[in-house]
Design a protein around this ligand. Structure first.
Ligand SMILES: [Zn+2]
Length: 237
């Protein structure tokens, strides 16, 4: 009986530790390995999450086009479904599509099977647009992972891309604050996280549009340009 009790206690403690701990360890390893490749490439990767959103995405695409910059968009499947013309425009203008799930599910607040379902549904939406599948970038919603997200990333051959600079544009009050936070931290070889859409209620996404204008200006003054994550990876190979 004593042995049975000890085993149950071990399992009761061990399983949650493994469930939460394993993704943390893998997340840390993948994060630094994959961001390290971008740091070495010397490329600045501007990334936009949670779109497309008709209020802001077209304006962001206009600014990028005028500057000749390419970016990576981690789009939500449910928004891609609503605004396929914006997804098509991203592809036509040479930007990269990355996965961000279908409905912005937090892996730490939902069951493994719902996480799996949401990530794979988001991925299938992008397959419909014939975006390249293999080594497609994926950014888990909220940056959170559970064992099901890990299994999806590994089995579907995705590249988990986190970020170096997060100005929290969905929370800030002015474009100037966002731009200052980004330009102060920016260096050759970094990943900037911004949002062309809003997954939950947040500030008006046009604040990000204003910030992008200022960031592009500052980058041009420093002689920096922006490329997609895929391009940064190809620079090194
Ligand atoms: Zn998001």
């Amino acid at each position: 009986l004593l042995i049975a009790v000890s085993i149950s206690i071990l399992v009761a403690i061990g399983l949650p530790v493994l469930y939460l701990g394993l993704p943390l360890v893998v997340r840390r390893y993948l994060r630094s390995k994959l961001l390290g490749i971008i740091h070495q490439s010397g490329r600045v990767c501007l990334t936009f999450d949670d779109g497309p959103d008709p209020r802001s995405t077209p304006l962001i695409l206009d600014i990028l086009k005028e500057a000749g910059f390419k970016a990576t968009f981690f789009v939500l499947g449910r928004n891609a479904e609503k605004h396929p013309e914006l997804i098509q425009r991203m592809l036509d203008e040479g930007h990269e599509l990355g996965e961000h799930g279908y409905a912005h599910v937090n892996a730490l607040a939902s069951a493994p099977w719902s996480t799996w379902k949401d990530l794979s549904k988001g991925g299938r939406m992008l397959d419909d647009f014939r975006a390249p599948t293999r080594n497609r970038c994926l950014r888990p919603p909220y940056g959170k992972l559970n064992p099901a997200s890990l299994l999806y990333i590994w089995s579907a051959g995705k590249r988990m891309i986190m970020w170096d600079i997060d100005p929290m544009d969905y929370r800030q009050q002015t474009s100037e604050e966002i731009a200052a936070s980004v330009t102060q931290q920016m260096s050759a070889g970094c990943v900037v996280l911004m949002h062309d859409g809003r997954a939950n209620n947040g500030s008006d996404p046009s604040i990000t549009v204003g910030a992008l204008k200022l960031i592009v200006q500052a980058m041009q003054e420093k002689g920096l340009s922006a490329s997609t994550v895929r391009e940064a990876f190809e620079t090194n190979n």
